[in-house]
Design a protein around this ligand. Structure first.
Ligand code: FAD
Length: 515
């Protein structure tokens, strides 16, 4: 088989890139070690991921991709592709050995809405369904798909890259002008090209344990959580229809509900806590964790795992280089930090957008410098994300520090989403504004991982640092950690986007959201 592009790995990243490459007229092979449908972790989307999907769909004439960008359209177009509702980001702070009770001043929880209604809401992706669907879409567009392929080696010849291995016991060989590695961390090209591994500077060692469950209770049906506010107000969205986080010293747990009654849950913890919990023991460690946090234990009292527990002894990963002449790793193959803030989807989609434009211009095949730039940008964004997540872990013990510091993410993400709609040049600073020197420097210096801040200075420092991109009414003490998605905030922030209030209002109206 001779092709222009061999994409190794058919997770959503590999399949979406295959769809784009087919639309660009390239001959594409999509090579998968496993078989669909199969379990995959990494399930929670975000507003930035949504707009990236939408824009890839528009730019490369992939209308069938676009319904995955929002809950309502997804339900109408693909009711059989499993999905959950993600209206926002919910955080509860727990102390070991003590039941959680929502504090009247809301100081032990944070609710940040990502969307004002279910229709345009973000989603959790049941990856077994979504990845199989996207692989079929790539095949329908003409990608040559081969599963159960075990590749052993790559050899570069005058004709291109020769990938060789075995498929179902028989020798397998393919010649391709270029290769994209979409196999995830420590994946195919890392090994085949012996790419060195680098750790993230100052980043703690972390581990993860996760599974899928049935019977997980909703927090808003449990008396201790933030169901109704202290003054009887309703939270900005149903707290469970969200990426729900239980945060504690040394780590956090995610709880993501799908529409089919299954809930994804898992923990990411620093090595010391992983050691205490004996995370390697899987399900027994899970129960030890629940024992520490009585209110989380109550939420899981009737929960039953639907599959085995997966333990990841080393959660973060960073390759020394992410691309070379005629080859590239997707950001998800080049690096991974942590599931916190769902950074994996948008980073992967940003990488797809960048590689798509290199495939479109031909630079992927004949301009090695453009791939060097791709590599540097990809790794710089991963490093920047790792710095931010390290700051969040350091902030967990003093929950208010975490809350204040998290505003870097929420401000940058909401700004990027709206900028992509109305002022694309303002979105060019990259993920989490990694390319905005002032923002990046403030994110570094205000990190709770950096000691030396005067007590109480963090909130004000972060508020000033994000002011130029705060178009979501963030950092307002009077909101007491409850942030609704309010169209009026975006309209009021139009000058920060360099456009008129009418332009922002028109973009919101197009989304069905009049201010
Ligand atoms: C514990 C955890 C939780 C996460 N949670 C989130 C989240 O909530 N939100 C978020 O945005 N991101 C999350 N992520 C990150 C997210 O998983 C990735 O960004 C996403 O899966 C990337 O998709 P992908 O298609 O590029 O790669 P993957 O999903 O990793 O898919 C890789 C594919 O390649 C195949 N493959 C592997 N090796 C080979 C080989 N040698 N040859 C051929 N095929 C191969 C695999 O079988 C698989 O099909 C999480 C990650 C982890 C580890």
């Amino acid at each position: 088989m001779d092709v222009d592009l061999a994409i190794v790995g058919s997770g959503f990243g590999g399949s979406i890139l295959a769809m784009v490459a087919r639309r660009l007229g390239l001959r594409v092979a999509l090579l998968e070690r496993g078989r669909h449908p199969r379990f995959a972790i990494g399930e929670s989307s975000s507003p930035l991921a949504g707009i990236l999907l939408e824009q890839l769909g528009d730019r490369y004439d992939l209308p069938r991709l676009k319904p995955l960008a929002a809950f309502g359209a997804w339900q109408r177009a693909y009711p059989d592709v499993g999905c959950g509702l993600k209206r926002g980001f919910t955080y509860f702070k727990h102390d070991a050995g003590r039941p959680f009770t929502a504090a009247p001043d809301r100081s032990n929880h944070l609710l940040v809405a990502a969307s004002p209604n279910d229709e345009i809401s973000d989603t959790h992706w049941l990856r077994a369904d979504v990845d199989a669907f996207l692989m079929r879409e790539a095949v329908a567009l003409g990608a040559e798909y081969a599963d159960e392929v075990e590749l052993d080696a790559v050899e570069w010849t005058a004709a291109g890259a020769v990938l060789s291995g075995r498929r179902r016991g028989a020798p397998f060989r393919i010649v391709s002008r270029g290769i994209v590695d979409a196999t995830g961390p420590r994946g195919f090209l890392s090994r085949a090209l012996s790419v060195e591994t680098r750790s993230f500077d100052g980043y703690p060692g972390t581990q993860a344990l996760f599974s899928h469950f049935t019977g997980v209770a909703r927090c808003d049906e449990m008396p201790d959580y933030a169901g109704a506010g202290a003054r009887g107000e309703r939270p900005p969205y149903p707290v469970d229809d969200a990426a729900l986080h239980h945060v504690f010293d040394g780590g956090w747990m995610w709880v993501l509900r799908f529409g089919n009654g299954v809930t994804s849950a898992g923990v990411a913890v620093v090595d010391a806590l992983a050691g205490d919990l004996k995370l390697a023991e899987g399900e027994r460690a899970w129960h030890r964790l629940l024992e520490r946090f009585p209110t989380v234990r109550a939420q899981f009292a009737d929960a039953r795992p639907t599959r085995r527990f997966d333990w990841m002894p080393q959660l973060s990963y960073r390759a020394a280089v992410a691309a070379g002449p005629r080859w590239a790793m997707l950001p998800s193959a080049a690096a991974f930090v942590d599931p916190l803030f769902s950074t994996g989807f948008p980073l992967t989609l940003l990488g797809i957008e960048r590689l798509a434009s290199l495939l479109e211009s031909g630079g992927f095949f004949d301009d090695p410098a453009s791939l060097e730039t791709y590599s540097a940008t990809t790794l710089a964004e991963a490093d920047h994300t790792a710095r931010f997540v390290a700051g969040c872990y350091a902030g967990f013990p003093r929950f208010d520090d975490f809350v204040q510091y998290s505003m870097f993410y929420f401000a940058a993400a909401s700004f990027a989403e709206m900028a992509r709609r109305v002022a694309p040049e303002r979105a060019a600073a990259g993920f989490l504004r990694a390319g905005d020197a002032e923002f990046a420097s403030a994110l570094r210096s205000w990190s709770p991982a950096v000691s030396g801040h005067e007590p109480g200075m963090l909130a004000d420092g972060v508020r000033r640092a994000v002011e130029a991109v705060n178009i979501a009414g963030l950092c307002e003490a009077k909101k007491q950690n409850w942030y609704a998605a309010d169209a009026a905030d975006a309209v009021a922030g139009s000058a920060k986007l360099g456009v008129s209030p009418q332009t922002v209002a028109a973009a919101l109206t197009a989304l069905g959201l009049g201010p």
